[in-house]
Design a protein. Structure first.
Length: 278
């Protein structure tokens, strides 16, 4: 069916390429959603060229016997009606898969725009570095003290070797959630990438921070992340640095990372002293 629209005094935008409405009341949609347009008055009537809209599945492009076999349908029961039903089912599944992928991409896009890492939910590295730059410029100019805390999973390589890369996103998201339970606003918790979380904390002393670190460590030990039904023990190591006047984001993170390396070396040395088999 092809119905034309009476001429409009409004010039077309975009040359009719499908990106912009050619009139102030035109609603452009893409694909199957281009279903309804209503004229605001009797002078303007808009209809849709329905010839280009595909009909429901008439023939399935899939190899129906293979799919029927997967579904447990005997060959003798694969009638034309069953083939039609399987075709519609596969189209629906593909549509849902595309919708899910689009939703994931949109969520990742929104997370990046909000300054959040899309995998861990922590503040993204660019956003955290901006916060750190702003705060380092204020050290010594106000009465607020600032601590930088860094966390790394010392046994991450072993975890990935045993459980595979597909456990990493879930594991890091879990670690972030546990850390966030003990490092709440107004403090900032960010993910710097690779194997590093970092926090910027205000007006806390070292004893307070290490108490939080101990609580995080004990919680992760007592309530490990599970992947495919298997618990994954983690070994977090931490570094702490008290920001000083004149610090930059780079110098503050370098000092914090140096403290973390020292903590990690102490932990590994302690493991070496434990007799094998105990």
């Amino acid at each position: 069916m092809k119905v034309t629209r009476p001429g409009s005094m409004t010039p077309s935008m975009g040359g009719g390429d499908g990106r912009y409405p050619s009139s102030p009341y035109g609603i452009l949609a893409y694909g199957r959603d281009a279903g309804r347009r209503r004229a605001p008055n009797q002078d303007h009537q808009v209809d849709i060229d329905t010839d280009a809209i595909p009909d429901p599945v008439d023939r399935t492009p899939y190899h129906t016997p293979d799919i029927a076999n997967v579904l447990g349908i005997p060959d003798q029961q694969v009638t034309p009606a069953v083939e039609q039903a399987i075709g519609r089912l596969m189209v629906r599944i593909n549509g849902l898969t595309e919708d899910l992928n689009e939703l994931k991409q949109r969520q990742a896009h929104l997370a990046r725009n909000e300054g959040r890492d899309p995998f861990t939910g922590a503040i993204s590295r660019p956003a955290f570095m901006q916060i750190l730059e702003n705060e380092m410029s204020l050290v010594g100019a106000d009465r607020t003290s600032r601590m930088v805390l860094m966390c790394e999973l010392a046994n991450l390589d072993d975890i990935l070797q045993l459980h595979g890369q597909d456990c990493k996103d879930g594991l890091f998201n879990y670690v972030r959630r546990i850390m966030a339970d003990f490092i709440m606003a107004p403090h900032h918790l960010g993910y710097l990438g690779c194997n590093d979380f970092a926090a910027l904390m205000y007006n806390v002393d070292e004893e307070d921070v290490w108490q939080r670190v101990d609580a995080i460590t004990r919680w992760l030990d007592q309530h490990p992340y599970t992947h495919k039904g298997k618990p994954i023990p983690v070994v977090p190591v931490f570094g702490l640095y008290h920001a000083q006047s004149g610090d930059t984001p780079a110098s503050a993170l370098q000092a914090t990372d140096a403290a973390l390396r020292a903590h990690k070396e102490m932990y590994l040395a302690r493991l070496d002293r434990i007799p094998q088999g105990i």
